[in-house]
Write a protein that binds this ligand. Structure first.
Ligand SMILES: *Cc1c(COP(=O)(O)O)cnc(C)c1O
Length: 428
């Protein structure tokens, strides 16, 4: 059978009911599963047979939804988690322990930045941040003998920089380590990083995948392409026996396609939790069914708003990679020819005070710490997420105090533009 298109995978991937079974994925709201003999259950605990025994590790509803995202990204195995933060932590900690080192793009989500720079540092893991626009030589220089992985975001939240995935994949592979890409903002409808050389893809499903501001969640997808055994010295967790499972070696027993996700489930979910609720997985699946329709509208609305802002004399600058004038336009066209996402950032003439005035005058667009859902929303980082920073620190971080981050929802774009216009008219 020929490979199905992304639209069909969004709607029908991951779950195929049998004769007389529910058409929609069933919510298996059960913590545990019943067996006839202890022997049957023992095989599951030894990873000798696959099946369900306790929903902290695996649940059929969550697995159906993970299988759908796996198909959409073109991977071989996937798992859902309770948040995007848990996905970023599990994806990296699964192959990078005490003494390990990460090379990461500096243009990443603030929560991930803190995870690498502060929390994982306390676990003995260090991180070197590189400017995503750096040269190949600069990228090369960031590696150490302890480097275990490279990390970046397809479209950075909130900087909106587009990553040159091939450049990062080449550097990672020349040092014998995998590239992990957070593909939250692009979604697999607009970009499939595995096709450009990424080995592992992560998501905050809280954003466009859910798309309705209803359920926090995360996902990890493995491409099954990275050859752990070739670099066995670097990845003892995958390539030497796990005593907590009677000496199983993941890379041998589960092969390229299954080792990484099996280890993350069997060890990290078992010991750290971060399990998604079946109900949340069901809600996520409803979002996925229409993702291919919605993400196009988010992008079209953002492009219309960005074009309006670009030509408005009260605006000092606009950042949106869909604009021909944007620094990242050509990278965006290469990796996302059908469009990017619905998030724009822009500056208002008159600085911080004018930005505050505009935001409080908006009527349709709400002030929220969120992006990527059906309702348009905006945030003034200098006054909220980054309010501890001085003017100088804000500029150094690429978040000037006049910056407004605007997430364009699914409303009519003319209504969004009218709302922005009346708000801009309140500044003089
Ligand atoms: C929101 C976000 C995260 C964190 O996800 P949560 O679901 O909020 O834990 C990670 N990466 C990106 C790009 C995000 O936008």
């Amino acid at each position: 059978m020929s490979e199905r298109s992304i639209e069909t995978k969004c709607v029908q991937g991951g779950y195929t009911p049998g004769n007389g079974e529910p058409r929609q994925i069933p919510i298996i709201q059960s913590t545990t599963f019943k067996y006839d003999t202890s022997e049957d259950m023992g095989k599951l605990f030894d990873l000798e047979a696959s099946g369900y025994f306790y929903s902290r590790l695996q649940n059929p509803t969550c697995d159906s939804v993970a299988a759908k995202i796996c198909e959409m990204e073109g991977g071989t195995a996937a798992m859902l988690l309770s948040s995007g933060q848990a996905a970023s932590f599990f994806a990296t900690f699964n192959i990078c322990e005490n003494g390990g080192h990460i090379v990461s793009s500096s243009a990443i989500y603030g929560g991930t930045y803190n995870l690498f720079a502060v929390t994982m540092k306390k676990m003995g893991i260090t991180c070197t941040f590189v400017d995503p626009d750096c040269t190949e030589e600069e990228l090369d220089a960031a590696f150490t003998p302890d480097t275990k992985l490279v990390f970046g975001e397809t479209i950075a939240n909130p900087a909106l920089k587009v990553l040159d995935i091939e450049k990062f994949a080449k550097a990672a592979h020349s040092h014998g380590v995998p590239l992990i890409i957070d593909n939250t903002f692009a979604t697999p409808v607009h970009c499939r990083p595995i096709e450009w050389g990424a080995d592992i893809v992560t998501h905050s499903t809280t954003k466009y995948m859910d798309g309705h501001g209803a359920a926090v969640g995360g996902c990890i997808v493995d491409s099954g392409k990275f050859d752990w055994m070739k670099y066995a010295d670097k990845y003892p967790g995958l390539c030497t026996p796990d005593d907590s499972y009677h000496g199983i070696t993941y890379a041998e027993k589960f092969g390229l396609e299954g080792a990484y996700i099996t280890k993350a489930t069997a060890q990290l979910m078992r010991d750290l939790g971060s399990t998604p609720a079946p109900q949340s997985a069901f809600i996520l699946n409803l979002g996925l069914e229409s993702l291919h329709v919605r993400i196009k509208r988010h992008y079209e609305n953002a492009l219309a708003v960005a074009r309006y802002l670009e030509n408005n004399d009260k605006i000092s600058w606009v950042s949106f990679s869909g604009l021909e004038s944007d620094k990242y336009y050509s990278l965006a066209k290469k990796y996302m020819p059908d469009g990017t996402c619905g998030v724009i950032s822009f500056g208002v003439k008159g600085g911080r005070k004018a930005a505050e005035q505009v935001m409080k005058s908006l009527k349709l667009i709400a002030i929220e710490t969120h992006v990527a859902d059906a309702r348009s929303c905006c945030l003034h980082p200098a006054n909220s997420t980054h309010r501890q920073m001085t003017e100088e620190e804000l500029i150094a971080a690429g978040i000037p105090s006049d910056l407004i981050r605007l997430s364009c929802g699914l409303e009519n774009s003319a209504d969004l533009i009218a709302d922005i216009e009346q708000a801009l008219n309140t500044i003089d």
